[in-house]
Design a protein around this ligand. Structure first.
Ligand SMILES: Nc1ncnc2c1ncn2[C@@H]1O[C@H](COP(=O)(O)OP(=O)(O)OP(=O)(O)O)[C@@H](O)[C@H]1O
Ligand SMILES: [Mg+2]
Length: 493
C-alpha cells in the first residue's frame, strides 16, 4: 500500500485544502450574488421611477381636465414592459381615476398608504414586488398620484441562474483543489507519513540504524534532519551501552572465575587445615588418655584433673573445627529443591533427641502436613538446630514444651519453633545469628554458638529469612520463611 494512501495526514490535508478553497469560493459567490442583486434592484427602481415620471407628465393634463380616456391610453403604454403588473392614476385624496392591470388574474391594485408630503416613494416587497409612487404636480400643486407595481421575477430567475452556475463552479473548483492537494501532499504528508511509520518501527523493532530517506522543505527538512540526527545519537549510545555491557559481562566472568578459583583454594585450605589440625588434636587427646591409663593410680588428683581438662579442651576444639567446616560447606554445596515434609522431619529430629537424652520429659507439639520446597539435607540441619536449641534451653524447665508449627501472613508461610525455656533478652536477637555468639553460660547450656549462624545461612540460601522473639525466663520463638513453592517451581531438581 503506498504511503500516501494510508496516511491520515494526507487525507486531512486534502480535506483542509478543499474546505478552505470551498469556503473561499462560497463567500466570493455570495458577495457577487449580493452585489448583483443590489445593482439589479437599483436598475429596476431607476427604470420604474422614469416610467412613473413619464406617466406623471403625460397624465397631468388629463387629470386636470378630467379626461380618463387619455390617461387610460397613457397607462396602457406600460404594457410594453412585461414585468410591470399594473399601474394606477389616483386623485390626490386617493380615489381611483383610472388603472391598468396586465392580467385580470393578478391581485387588484391597491394604492399603498404614503405620507402626503412625499413626491417619490418606493418599496421592495421581498423578492416578489416593487411598488413605485409619484405625485402628479401641476404648477407645484398636487393633482394626482401615479402608482406602478412590478413583479421581481427577473431578479429571482437571475438568482436561480447564478446559483446553478455557482454550484457548477464550486464543484469544478473543489475537484481542481483536490487535484492540486494531491500534488501538494506529496511534498508534505509523505515525509511525515514516513516519519510516523519509522517511529512505529523504531518502538517495536528498536533498530536504530534506519533513517528517513524522503526529503522535505523548510520546517519538514529541519524535522527530518533532526530526527535522523537523533537516531544517530541513539544508535551511538546504544552501541556504547552494548560495549560497556559486554565489557562488564567480561569483567564479571573474569571476577567469577577468579572467585571460583579462590573458593576452591579456600576449600582446599580448609580441608588441609582441618586435616592438619585434627591429627595433632587427636594425638593430644590420645596421649592424654594414654597417660591417664598408663599412670593410673600413680598420679595425684590435680594431675588427673589437668589431663582430663586437656582431653576436654582438645575434644571441644575438634567440635569447633567440625562446626566451622560445616558452616563453610553450606555456602559451597549445591542446593537441590524437592518437596520436603517438614512435619516428618521435625518428628525425626525429636526422636533422635529423645534417644540421646531418654530421661528428658518434653511435651512436643508438631503441626501436621507442613511442607516446603527445598534441600532436604539442609532443612534437616535447620530443624536440628532450632528444635535442638529449644530442647536444650528448656532443660531447666520442669514442664518443658516445644512446638513446631506454621502461620500464614500476607500470602507467606512463616514456620516457627517455640519453647518455654530459658529465653533471652530480645535486644540481642540480631547478634545470635553471628558465628560463636552465645547468650548463656557454657556450664549451664553447652554449645559452640554456630547453630543459628548455620540456620541463617541455610534459610537465606533458600531465599527466606529468620528472626526471633523471646523473653528472659519465659521461652523463645524462632521464625523462618522459605521462598514460596511457586518461585521454585522452575528450578525443582
Ligand atoms: N531456644 C532458645 N532459647 C534461649 N536461648 C536461645 C535459644 N536458641 C538460641 N539461644 C541463644 O542463642 C545462642 C546461639 O545459639 P546457637 O544455636 O547458635 O548456639 P548454641 O546452641 O549455643 O551452640 P551450637 O548450636 O553451636 O551447639 C545460644 O547460645 C543461646 O544463648
Ligand atoms: Mg544451637
Amino acid at each position: 500500500m503506498p504511503l500516501a494512501d494510508r496516511s491520515l495526514i494526507a487525507r486531512r490535508l486534502t480535506w483542509m485544502n478543499m474546505l478552505a478553497s470551498g469556503t473561499a469560493l462560497v463567500v466570493a459567490i455570495l458577495i457577487l450574488l449580493a452585489y448583483d442583486l443590489v445593482t439589479f434592484r437599483e436598475m429596476m427602481l431607476v427604470n420604474r421611477s422614469v416610467q412613473a415620471k413619464v406617466v406623471e407628465s403625460n397624465t397631468a393634463a388629463a387629470l386636470t381636465f378630467d379626461d380618463p380616456l387619455t390617461a387610460e391610453r397613457t397607462l396602457a403604454a406600460l404594457s410594453a414592459e412585461p414585468r410591470i403588473e399594473g399601474g394606477g392614476l389616483y386623485r390626490p385624496d386617493g380615489r381611483l381615476f383610472t388603472s391598468y392591470l396586465r392580467d385580470p388574474a393578478l391581485d387588484p391594485l391597491v394604492l399603498p398608504e404614503v405620507p402626503s408630503d412625499l413626491i417619490d416613494w418606493h418599496r421592495f416587497e421581498g423578492l416578489r414586488r416593487l411598488h413605485v409612487i409619484r405625485r402628479v404636480l401641476l404648477d407645484g400643486k398636487p393633482t394626482g398620484v401615479v402608482y406602478i407595481r412590478s413583479d421581481l421575477q427577473e431578479a429571482t430567475e437571475r438568482l436561480k441562474g447564478y446559483g446553478a452556475i455557482a454550484g457548477v463552479v464550486l464543484l469544478v473548483s473543489l475537484a481542481a483543489a483536490q487535484l492540486v492537494s494531491r500534488v501538494a501532499r506529496h511534498a508534505i504528508s509523505e515525509p511525515i507519513a514516513e516519519l510516523a511509520a519509522l517511529a512505529t518501527r523504531l518502538s517495536t523493532e528498536r533498530d536504530y540504524s534506519v533513517r528517513v530517506t524522503t526529503t522535505g522543505q523548510g520546517e519538514l527538512a529541519v524535522l527530518i534532519s533532526a530526527f535522523n540526527e537523533m537516531l544517530a545519537q541513539i544508535q551511538d549510545r546504544d552501541q556504547s551501552l552494548r560495549d560497556s555491557h559486554d565489557l562488564l559481562e567480561e569483567r564479571v566472568q573474569r571476577r567469577t572465575a577468579a572467585l571460583d578459583a579462590s573458593n576452591k583454594e579456600l576449600e582446599a585450605f580448609c580441608y588441609s587445615v582441618s586435616h592438619d589440625l585434627r591429627s595433632p588434636l587427636r594425638s593430644i587427646d590420645g596421649f592424654s588418655q594414654a597417660l591417664l591409663e598408663d599412670l593410673d593410680g600413680r598420679l595425684d588428683d590435680s594431675c588427673v584433673e589437668h589431663l582430663r581438662r586437656i582431653r576436654a579442651a582438645s575434644q571441644r576444639m575438634g567440635t569447633l573445627i567440625d562446626d566451622l567446616l560445616n558452616l563453610s560447606r553450606i555456602t559451597r554445596t549445591e542446593l537441590t529443591h524437592k518437596p520436603v515434609d517438614l512435619s516428618a522431619l521435625a518428628r525425626t529430629v525429636v526422636d533422635d533427641l529423645a534417644i540421646a537424652q531418654p530421661n528428658r520429659r518434653v511435651a512436643i507439639v508438631i503441626a501436621e502436613g507442613l511442607e516446603a520446597l527445598g534441600d532436604p539435607r539442609l532443612l534437616r540441619q535447620v530443624l536440628d538446630n532450632l528444635i535442638g536449641n529449644a530442647w536444650k534451653f528448656t532443660s531447666k524447665q520442669p514442664a518443658a514444651r516445644v512446638e513446631f508449627g506454621a502461620l500464614e501472613k500476607e500470602g507467606e508461610t512463616i514456620y516457627f519453633v517455640k519453647d518455654n525455656g530459658a529465653g533471652f533478652d530480645p535486644a540481642y536477637t540480631e547478634r545470635l545469628f553471628g558465628v560463636f555468639q552465645r547468650l548463656h553460660a557454657m556450664n549451664e547450656f553447652p554449645g559452640t554458638g554456630v547453630g543459628l549462624a548455620i540456620v541463617d545461612r541455610i534459610v537465606r540460601r533458600h531465599g527466606g529469612r529468620v528472626w526471633a522473639d523471646a523473653t528472659i525466663g519465659r521461652g523463645a520463638t524462632f521464625y523462618f520463611t522459605l521462598v514460596s513453592s511457586a518461585a521454585h517451581s522452575g528450578h525443582a531438581a
